[in-house]
Design a protein around this ligand. Sequence first.
Ligand code: ACO
Length: 322
Amino acid sequence: MTHTKILGTGSYMPNHIITNQDLAKIVDTSDAWITSRTGIKNRPMTIDENTSDLAYQAALKALESTDISAEDLDLIIVATITGDYVLPGVAQLLQRKLGARMIPAFDINAACSGFIYALDIADKMIQSEAYRHILIVGADILSKITDFSDRNTCVLFADGAGAMVLGPSKEKHIKAIQTFSKGDQELLLYMDSYPLKKNFETPPQARPFVKMQGSDVFKFAVWAMPYTLNKLSETSQIALDDLELIVAHQANERIIRYAAKSLKIPMDKMFMNIGKTGNTSAASVPIAIDEAVQSNRLKRNQVFGTVAFGGGLTWGGAIIKY
Ligand code: ACO
């Protein structure tokens, strides 16, 4: 049977940094509040690069870390909620920028869990032997859909991209992967789309922004992370104690601390870069995995866990031998 292996990783964040002090000049907040309630100090925000530009830089780095090139790719999947256009998707723009062949390329929307969903889909596609080399990317520019007069959300969100190149393997590297959704809580975290037409009149154009009920999302997140990791441990028969590292979605340092406490996992096993990244949505997990690899915190043959949650509600995770 054919299994899936991570061949390489890459990530990219814009150089332009917004500090807590910058945000305190535009909304009623403070560095002390943001740091103590979220762990975030700085966050990258793009000025003139669009989502496919971030995705392209991350994908180039991921490909450079492997011995395959863009022409070897059989499929591209991009997880995003903030594409350059509504159509075409970021995946098609990325295919052109990379000079990939006329392969299938598509976007998926599972909010901050999007990268785990992309990994789940790609894993099944490699197992089916229909595809050999798949590029998966999580790329988001949340600053495009953030209301900078809403202090409940604007202190959290950021921009970035992370990528992974996957290939076939005889060994089962993805020990367990699971994704979930629960559509009855849509208004906890949502953004309006186009209004329904009325009598063929052109409606006035109001710019939509993300809206969130923060404390309810917090409660969901501190339930979803332990639920997922326990399920993955059960499925893979790998004890959480035996994981080298856990790379969780970087939404709030307090959420990661709560999850670690309820699972009795020491904090030095919880990868954390939120202080300098903020919440980059679908990019958060692949950026964190790439940083763990680049800093040698995650080495070849070590087994790690990853977990994410987001709008939808969606959530999921994986236990993987790197
Ligand atoms: N600065 C100062 N005060 C603030 C700020 C701010 N930036 N934001 C909120 N407050 C105030 C609130 O108005 C409230 O004041 P009140 O008591 O006078 O009404 C008080 O702080 C407490 O508000 P809470 O919402 O209870 O604060 P909480 O400790 O829950 O922190 C936060 C808010 C950071 C949003 C937290 O709930 C959180 O992280 N939730 C999860 C969010 C998340 O992860 N979202 C992303 C999901 S992934 C995706 O799909 C994009």
